[in-house]
Design a protein around this ligand. Sequence first.
Ligand SMILES: Cc1cc2nc3c(=O)[nH]c(=O)nc-3n(C[C@H](O)[C@H](O)[C@H](O)COP(=O)(O)OP(=O)(O)OC[C@H]3O[C@@H](n4cnc5c(N)ncnc54)[C@H](O)[C@@H]3O)c2cc1C
Length: 412
Amino acid sequence: MPQIAVVGAGIIGVAIAFELQRRGESVVLIDRDAPGKGASFGNMASIAITEFMPASRPSVWAQMPKWLLDPEGPVRVRPGYLPRLTPWFLRFLEASRPSRVKALEAAGAVLCSRVYEDLLPFLKAAGLSDVLSEEGCLSLYTDEVEFAADREHIAVLERFGFRHEVLVGNAIRDIEPALTTRIGKAVLFPENRSVRDPYKLVVSLTERFQALGGKMETGDVTGFERLDGGVRAIRLKGGRTIDAFRVVLCAGAYTGSLARLLDEPIPLETERGYHTQIMTPGISMRHSIIWPAKAFMVTPTAGGIRVGGTVEMAGLDAAPDFRRAKVLVRRAKEALPDLQAADASEWMGHRPALPDTVPIIGPSAKHAGVFYATGHGHLGLTYAATTARLIGDLIAGIAPPIDLKPYRVDRF
Ligand SMILES: Cc1cc2nc3c(=O)[nH]c(=O)nc-3n(C[C@H](O)[C@H](O)[C@H](O)COP(=O)(O)OP(=O)(O)OC[C@H]3O[C@@H](n4cnc5c(N)ncnc54)[C@H](O)[C@@H]3O)c2cc1C
């Protein structure tokens, strides 16, 4: 049976491989590393369906000068990387036009609205329904001033009908006792559940895929053999080839270099993020928390709690700067005064980031049989099952349940 090659075994590629397999396709999943060692290894584990707001929105621009001047601010651009970032940044600018922001909000909301419709049956089919927590996420505010600064976000969620509940005073500590009394107001997003271990989810999905006959190949994809306007085979470093009559490119932040090999450049950058996994935190938590004014997130995970966030624009090759992870832990302690962070490990990962925040999900505009699933930014875990569903429909020739125009590869 002719096979489909899925390039990249992060959460997006593994989800697509499993989805195609359960639709009866013969699939080979290719990665140069072990599955799940990219961005999908250490994300904040959140099914963050309320976090689709475009990064180019006016409230971000308003804060950008302050953030960029603060070495501990939530966004940092390494000066030496600035020249390489300029073309991406100009597109980011373009994505901040008010009409564009509205369209991008809608494109994110359409995906987020259907996340559980796709995710729950997907996890059930994989026998992994128990990876999801029951509790949602609390967004924290010390006072009305901080809350007002996040009002635009809440207003967009209200417009698109995302569930949330405002809590004040001790009602917050009633559901999350580890929080400081400095937090006077919170918004509970009950549907922002989390997975217990995002890396283990990738590994478990890969194991199911292989147990059901899926093939896994280790190799660095360096080229494509083309035929009749499409692709006939994948070329690996060292010269080996793998036949494929269809190809799905989902190599996270590295998909840009694969797309260039196909003469189909995409403006993909990496927004580097950090986490600290605290094995013995000395507190227990039920919900994940975000504190917008302090720009960090904490998620209870299997094996302790995870503190993370931040955006660093420095490309794919620069060494990590773990001072950024330490800043986040310091801020987390402001929210969780009894948090102990001695027993911890730090990590940096490459979010695949497009300048308009919306992922690319769809066919190549140039090559028959080639599909892209990349640029999921801060929401790759959240969007994984939905992306797999949409790519599955496209490959099967079934009309997808949503209009895929906002996610097309040639929109830039
Ligand atoms: C700090 C942080 C927190 C985050 N928190 C969340 C969150 O709470 N919720 C959420 O939904 N998302 C979150 N994200 C985003 C999410 O992790 C990413 O969007 C997602 O992991 C991207 O998955 P991917 O499969 O596209 O890429 P990756 O996981 O990076 O996988 C890409 C794979 O492609 C392989 N590859 C690359 N090039 C080649 C090649 N040439 N040949 C062969 N293989 C290749 C790599 O080895 C890798 O395994 C977070 C990210 C970070 C960094």
